[in-house]
Design a protein around this ligand. Structure first.
Ligand SMILES: [Zn+2]
Length: 135
């Protein structure tokens, strides 16, 4: 599974979305960065747990999917603006493409993609689903 990001792992059966925040300018980065591109050496990066909540910043409906995703089409791929600020690209699941719009509130959800046999780390891909009022 080359290329599967390592940022998401299960700890005590809870999923954490971890980014980094620059202590100098307050900017939050996801995926985590080691150095703040604005502050460079002046910035000190600290890990922060993100809420996973955000809203649709922009999106597109994929009707002609890449190989391996045929049964999912049509599906929505969006750039989500997390409430802490970072923009993240992810698939929007559990939705009808018609109910997605710019500004639709979403929350992160995780899909198990693989388990690393050596250290038992379970990898998840990050997806989002709409937050519905009744929830
Ligand atoms: Zn900074």
């Amino acid at each position: 599974m080359g290329g599967v990001p390592r940022f998401w792992r299960s700890i005590d059966n809870r999923y954490r979305l971890v980014g980094t925040r620059c202590e100098n300018c307050g900017e939050v980065y996801f995926p985590p960065r080691v150095v703040c591109p604005k502050c460079r050496r002046e910035g000190e990066m600290k890990e922060v747990e993100l809420s996973g909540r955000g809203e649709i910043y922009t999106y597109s409906v994929v009707r002609v999917p890449p190989e391996g995703f045929e049964e999912k089409a049509p599906y929505v791929v969006a750039i989500v603006k997390l409430e802490e600020g970072p923009l993240v690209t992810g698939m929007i699941v559990d939705c009808d493409p018609g109910e997605i719009d710019i500004g639709t509130p979403v929350e992160a959800t995780f899909r198990r993609v693989s388990e690393d046999g050596e250290d038992g780390v379970i990898y998840y891909s990050l997806e989002f689903r709409p937050v519905r009022r009744e929830e």
